[in-house]
Write a protein that binds this ligand. Structure first.
Ligand SMILES: [Zn+2]
Length: 252
């Protein structure tokens, strides 16, 4: 079993081969030609016959749908020995800087976990960071996935992954539980959390986050949850494990 702790675990129950990942040559970059939310729902549809291990959103969300011990269905013959990452956007788009960061984090983890070299792959029989079109017809013939602008960004992703691999992985605070927030706690963790919300563009904190969790914090958190595409119980302002992991609050 292998899951990247920096990703939000969004397991699917169809569209992958259990224990089918025979080896790992590297990570293959794709473009969704759609949204993260749309892709998340498509991968849950048995009619899709498609999936990927990971996926990024333009605003920096990172999902893991398939355990890397299992084979995702992303690039036909390339599935047995390559992991995959889908990316929100349309053909012809470049990736956002946040997407580059997320892919770099996954690639650094793939490097650490499977010994894959931190380099752009030379082709389907090479190793490193690859892209869908490099596999040609054997990989399902997708010449425009992920597109020339993204292919041009691969060296930048490798450079960022190298930086990450050279430093210890960031330590995130463990989820204290929803009940903890309901007690309106006064804690450095609440302040750290507020700082992360500000960094994510949460303007409700114009006067700065305070040390105590209050109703206004709940409202700010709900705004951020909606902005990041969470819905239902994940968008009610009460932190749950899924949204907490997505926020990445540093340890205090
Ligand atoms: Zn693709």
């Amino acid at each position: 079993m292998a899951r990247f702790s920096g990703a939000t675990w969004k397991p699917i129950s169809v569209n992958f081969t259990a224990k089918g990942q025979s080896s790992v040559r590297g990570l293959v970059v794709h473009i969704m030609a759609g949204t993260l939310a749309g892709t998340d729902s498509w991968f849950r549809n048995p009619a899709a016959k498609a999936s990927s291990h990971f996926g990024t959103g333009k605003s920096g969300a990172l999902y893991q749908w398939v355990d890397t011990a299992n084979r995702a269905w992303a690039q036909a013959d390339g599935n047995t020995s390559w992991l995959s990452i889908e990316n929100e956007g349309q053909g012809g788009d470049a990736l956002t800087s946040k997407q580059l960061d997320r892919i770099a984090e996954v690639f650094a983890w793939v490097h650490k976990t499977y010994g894959v070299p931190l380099q752009v792959a030379s082709g389907p029989t090479g190793k490193g960071l690859g892209y869908h079109a490099m596999g040609g017809s054997a990989w399902g013939s997708h010449p425009s996935c992920p597109g020339s602008r993204i292919i041009a960004q691969l060296p930048e992703i490798v450079a960022r992954a190298k930086k990450l691999a050279g430093t210890p992985a960031p330590q995130y605070a463990p989820f204290p539980g929803t009940a903890w927030f309901k007690k309106s706690p006064r804690s450095a963790l609440v302040t750290a959390m507020g700082k992360r919300l500000v960094a994510e563009g949460c303007s409700a904190y114009a006067s700065g986050p305070g040390p105590q969790w209050t109703e206004s914090d709940r409202k700010s958190y709900a705004k951020w949850q909606k902005k990041r595409g969470f819905t239902g119980a994940d968008a009610d302002g009460w932190p749950g494990k899924t949204t907490w992991d997505a926020l990445r609050v540093p340890k205090v």
